[in-house]
Design a protein around this ligand. Structure first.
Ligand code: UD1
Length: 357
């Protein structure tokens, strides 16, 4: 069986790692297509080398652009590649523009599509990721859902028959990285100027809703700067670019800006932290899996399971409750296991074998 994975952005490389290992172990042919949505080494190459992912077979080199320009360029580049490999499955991951491009190109070429991490919903139709999730799910032939809640969401949209619960491959990746992180020098500072022996928070902010309006970005940065604990702000290039454009200084108050970290170092940084402040979907879950309280700078989450027992809290910057939330201790109740057992990738491969036309 030939499986062709379309990936392009940082969280997709993390999900690809356990899939590539499981597809290889099962002896199937795996073609990896990198759209080039993320091209900075710290968002791309370090994940391939750090997670032992094979070199992509095809690099489309698309780069950044508005949603339409970026997605359209991917479509134009994907058509000949998919036509050449004629895979048994086109596997698309998560909710980025690379995901929707892979699904659209494949459906037009009558190639079977499987969507990994299907069924997530924020119900916020202003998020580009929400458009990508909904459209990809309705395009795909096989919906690989990470949680029972995702299955319910898909059933509500009439997609139950194409859906199968496999668990979350991020658990596979995170548990493996935690093993590696234990072997790491635990005293490595997560960002310059942060004392790793004293309490610190790990923060990431990169969503368009938080970065692309000058007033909103200034409010988010001011709220982080005012926290009474040092904040390692691991700045995505989008955040750095917008901050510079709008004249918002990141190195202010409690904030020590740093670069995005390779995956194992990120897991080590979160494990050593007092908590996480983020607008990333993946990091909310990693905090939960690693037993660190998370404060999410958004009005909703597509991972509602993390909210149980107060492990994750949605908080509005500018609200006095924000600082209380961000500095709260870990809940007494241990986190549950709503995301599966860390063997989701094996299940994905079995489902692809079972459902192959
Ligand atoms: C994308 C995904 C988002 C995911 C995130 C993970 C979409 C719609 N969004 O957001 O769901 O959480 O990846 O990081 O697909 N840039 C660089 N170097 C790079 C890539 C981007 O400097 O290697 C800068 C450029 O200024 C670019 C901006 O970041 O315009 C945004 O990049 P883009 O790929 O459009 O979206 P992300 O914000 O990374």
């Amino acid at each position: 069986m030939r499986i062709l994975s379309v990936v392009g952005a940082r969280p997709q490389f993390v999900k690809l790692a356990p899939i590539a290992a499981a597809v290889g172990a099962a002896g199937h042919d795996h073609v990896i297509v990198h759209t080039g949505q993320h091209y900075d080494p710290e968002l791309s190459e370090v994940f391939f080398t750090g997670l032992g992912i094979p070199e992509p077979d095809e690099r489309l080199g698309i780069g950044s652009g508005s949603h339409g320009v970026q997605t359209g360029a991917m479509l134009g580049a994907l058509d000949p590649v998919l036509s050449r490999y004629v895979p048994d499955w086109v596997l698309v991951y998560g909710d980025t523009n690379s995901t929707i491009a892979g699904a659209l190109s494949a459906v037009k070429l009558h190639l079977p599509i499987a969507h990994l991490e299907a069924g997530l919903r924020s119900f916020n139709r202003r998020m580009p990721e929400e458009h990508n999730r909904v459209l990809t799910d309705h395009t795909a032939d096989l919906l690989l859902a990470p949680t029972p809640q995702a299955v319910t969401n898909l059933e509500r949209e009439g997609l139950g028959e194409r859906t199968v619960l496999v668990g979350d491959v991020m658990v596979d990746a995170c548990l493996r990285a935690r093993e590696l992180a234990l072997a790491f020098d635990a005293v490595e500072p997560p960002a310059p100027g942060i004392d790793p022996h004293a309490p610190y928070l790990v923060a990431t902010i990169h969503r368009a809703e938080n970065t692309d309006e000058p007033e909103r970005l200034a409010a988010v940065v001011a709220a982080l700067a005012a926290l009474p604990v040092p904040v390692a702000l691991l700045a995505h290039p989008r955040l750095r670019a917008r901050a510079e454009e709008f004249g918002v200084e990141l190195a202010t108050g409690a904030i020590s800006p740093g670069s995005p970290l390779p995956y194992a170092q990120m897991v080590a940084a979160v494990s050593g932290s007092a908590g996480v402040v983020t607008d990333s979907g993946g990091l909310q879950k990693e905090a939960y899996l690693l037993g660190r309280p998370c404060t999410t700078v958004r009005t909703e989450t597509e991972w509602p399971e993390t909210l149980a027992d107060g492990w994750n809290m949605l908080a509005e910057v500018g609200d006095p409750a924000f600082a209380r939330a961000a500095t709260r201790p870990a809940p007494a109740m241990p986190p549950g296991a709503p995301f599966g057992d860390g063997r989701a990738a094996e299940r994905v491969v079995k489902e692809l074998e079972r459902a192959a036309r």
